[in-house]
Design a protein around this ligand. Sequence first.
Ligand code: G3P
Length: 222
Amino acid sequence: MDSPFILVNLKTYQEGMGHNAHRIAAAAEIVAKESGAVIGIAPAFTELHPMSHHYAIPVYAQHIDAITPGAHTGHILPEAVRSAGARGTLINHSERRLTLADIDACVQAARRLHLESVVCTNNDATSAAAAALRPDYVAIEPPELIGSGVSVSKADPGIIERSVNAVRAVNPDVNVLTGAGIQSGECVKIAVDLGTCGVLLASSVVKADDPEAVLRDLVSLL
Ligand code: G3P
């Protein structure tokens, strides 16, 4: 397989804003270089351009709205995300749920703009539905484990396996990521051994005293 993909969502954590975002991005850049893993970050919208400008790692938006340029006050324009230097975007994160029609429109907008699309799902049925929309990635994240400190890889490996199978059955070109409570190299290895191409995670890196050490551990068994 290609290099494993570790995508760090900074959410709206205080520990992921401003100079803290720079600290995490700098650490990700060092560990990615050392390990050969692809480590991306999804910062707050206001940090997209600083992150893409200062660091070589891929940068992702946390959300887009399926709108075109015009009168849409308070929305996130996919074109703006693209011109801020994002390589891709999360869509339908558990903390920013969309309707199926909106997910479809966002995936199409991302495709039109050559943004990678990472559609988050909460179980194998929604993973299959998301795969039918032909995103680049489906990220399976059981909501009850998000931010819990309990790893999906250990607590519910079955949901990873079922999602990989569901996605493959619908569209084998769609890659699968897994997330929720991912915190160690062992969690990443289990996820990869179950057929995913990497992980989507947040708190274990963002809230760490030493994000570089956690990132190094995450890629240590690959
Ligand atoms: O987007 C990543 C996420 O929802 C998982 O969060 O804190 O459990 O790694 P966390």
